[in-house]
Design a protein around this ligand. Structure first.
Ligand code: F6P
Length: 508
């Protein structure tokens, strides 16, 4: 691979590649369920792609994928299976037979029973005229997915209810929402896989206090919990609960009961379409040859850029304002999954893993940081997401939006050589272009499943466990130690900086 990089990779020029290969667009673009992908503006040729595919085989990506679908405990540091794909498996005789073969028949029946109950509840809430506001209290995977999807599917939201998302322990967030609500017309959803996360528990307690202090009486009607820890939810005083299972990772959980806000927004049929779109992508990933397997091709590019070109970040630019929380969602997906420095056995890795993922919707980003993407010293591969169809009637806007996304991808590649100094654009900057026909529950489901599987494959290539997140633990423990010190002023054992800041925060 390193030889290939020195011979073909380092000096690869996209403009020359297009000139030399009339078929390049066809060779490096493909369809997958609900998503068309143009990979041709990436720094890759056929020989490199072949070698990368061989690497995928050597890294046993297919076996690892099959182990995930089979329900093996591939999250070995937590001794858990990884079965979010089961949440999208349809309720058909064929799917049930396949699940039975994998000894996952009982799990699948449980999935469908919970889904049916959750969707029936969503329909009941939608029909409940007295409820005008739904507040989801959760953080990380219990917030980012539902929030991203509810915004993305705004044109499918038919309930007329206002959905709010409160994640941060910063009371400004909850206080700002509460001041616009009345207990009798509000439903609180406490979303927490573990039902122990301090931010969520603090917000949930404050919400309950506010509810009772403002004359709310019927907790059973106005609070529901989405959690694997039903006992803790009951102990909190919540009777209406929708469960899920330890084999659903937090950042892979919006397909489970954690998706309730999505179901309330778009309805049961819409939620089933969302699952169906994701399932179509699961089938593509599970059964398509690696050469035409889109999550695999994207992950191989990620590896090529990170470990050979040395690019340490990737930017995502959704050209659709409803996808404005997609970058934040993908940040957790990629960086919490693959931001690891050790392999499966705990040994330090000699190469880089997760890139920094970041982005904003286009065209906004063009007037902010695209300057750096075009003329900065670092090369940042950019991933565009565009949607062919608009769901508004304002003339001219969508054409202009699409013209801009095409122009940016073009400008990054072609550059501008006939000007010097400040006006020179080096070009040859890589980008991937993902195109949806329409932004619907099904296409969003497919787009997200595509990203999940891509992260899975890059994790497998790097040899890491993409499904634990030990890196978030230390800060949680230290916060528990520091919180009482803010009250007491006790700085015993603290480093001088933490002690100095703590004293400043306490002083009048
Ligand atoms: O702190 C990280 C994390 O564990 C995420 O992985 C998870 O999505 C989030 O916290 C919320 O966890 P929970 O749903 O258990 O409240």
């Amino acid at each position: 691979m390193h030889q290939q990089f020195e011979a073909q990779g380092r000096s690869f020029d996209l403009r020359q590649a297009f000139a030399a290969q009339p078929q390049r667009f066809a060779d490096f673009s493909q369809s997958a369920p609900h998503v068309f992908a143009d990979l041709s503006k990436n720094l890759i040729d056929t020989a490199t792609q072949q070698l990368l595919l061989e690497l995928a085989r050597e890294c046993r990506v297919e076996q690892h994928r099959d182990a995930m679908f089979a329900g093996e405990k591939i999250n070995h540091t937590e001794q858990r299976a990884v079965l979010h794909t089961l949440l999208r498996t349809p309720d058909t005789a064929a799917a049930a037979a396949q699940a039975k073969e994998r000894q996952l028949g009982a799990e699948l029946r449980d999935v469908h029973a919970t889904l049916n109950a959750m969707l029936a509840y969503a329909q009941q809430v939608r029909a409940d005229q007295a409820i005008t506001d739904v507040v989801n209290i959760g953080i990380g995977g219990s917030d980012l997915g539902p929030q991203m999807a509810v915004l993305a599917l705004d044109s499918f939201a038919t309930t007329g209810k206002r959905l709010h998302f409160v994640a941060n322990v910063d009371g400004h967030e909850l206080a700002a929402v509460l001041q616009r609500l009345r207990p009798e017309s509000t439903l609180f959803l406490i979303a927490s896989k573990t039902f122990t996360t301090i931010e969520t528990m603090t917000n949930a307690r404050s919400a309950k206090q506010w509810f009772e202090a403002n004359g709310g009486t019927d907790i059973a009607r106005h609070f529901a919990a989405l959690t694997t820890n039903v006992a803790a939810a009951n102990a909190f005083g919540i009777a209406t609960t929708f469960g899920f299972w330890d084999w659903v990772g937090g950042r892979y959980s919006m397909w489970s009961a954690i998706g309730l806000p999505i179901a309330i927004a778009i309805g049961a049929d819409g939620f089933r379409d969302f699952l169906a779109g994701a399932h179509a992508m699961d089938e593509h990933f599970r059964s398509t040859a690696l050469e035409q397997n889109l999550p695999v091709r994207l992950a191989l590019l990620d590896l090529w850029y990170r470990n050979f070109h040395g690019f340490s970040s990737r930017s995502i630019a959704p050209y659709h304002s409803a996808l404005r929380r997609l970058p934040a969602y993908l940040q957790q997906l990629e960086m919490e999954s693959n931001g690891k420095r050790v392999d499966g056995t705990g040994q330090a890795l000699p190469y880089g893993t997760s890139p920094v993922l970041w982005g904003e919707p286009g065209t906004n980003g063009q007037h902010a940081y695209f300057q750096m993407l075009h003329q900065g010293t670092d090369v940042v591969p950019l991933e565009f997401v565009a949607v062919k169809k608009a769901r508004h009637a304002l003339p001219g806007h969508h054409e202009l939006l699409l013209a801009n996304v095409l122009a940016q991808a073009q400008a990054l590649m072609v550059g501008k050589a006939d000007a010097g100094g400040h006006r020179h654009f080096p070009g040859n900057r890589p980008s991937t272009f993902l195109l949806l026909e329409d932004l619907t529950p099904a296409s969003l489901g497919a787009l997200i499943a595509l990203q999940e599987h891509r992260v899975f494959v890059s994790g497998a290539l790097w040899g890491i466990n993409s499904f634990d997140q030990w890196g978030v633990e230390l800060g949680k423990v230290l916060a528990v130690d520091i919180a009482p010190r803010l009250q007491s002023g006790d700085c015993t054992g603290l480093d001088a900086s933490t002690a100095g800041l703590l004293q400043r925060l306490r002083s009048a």
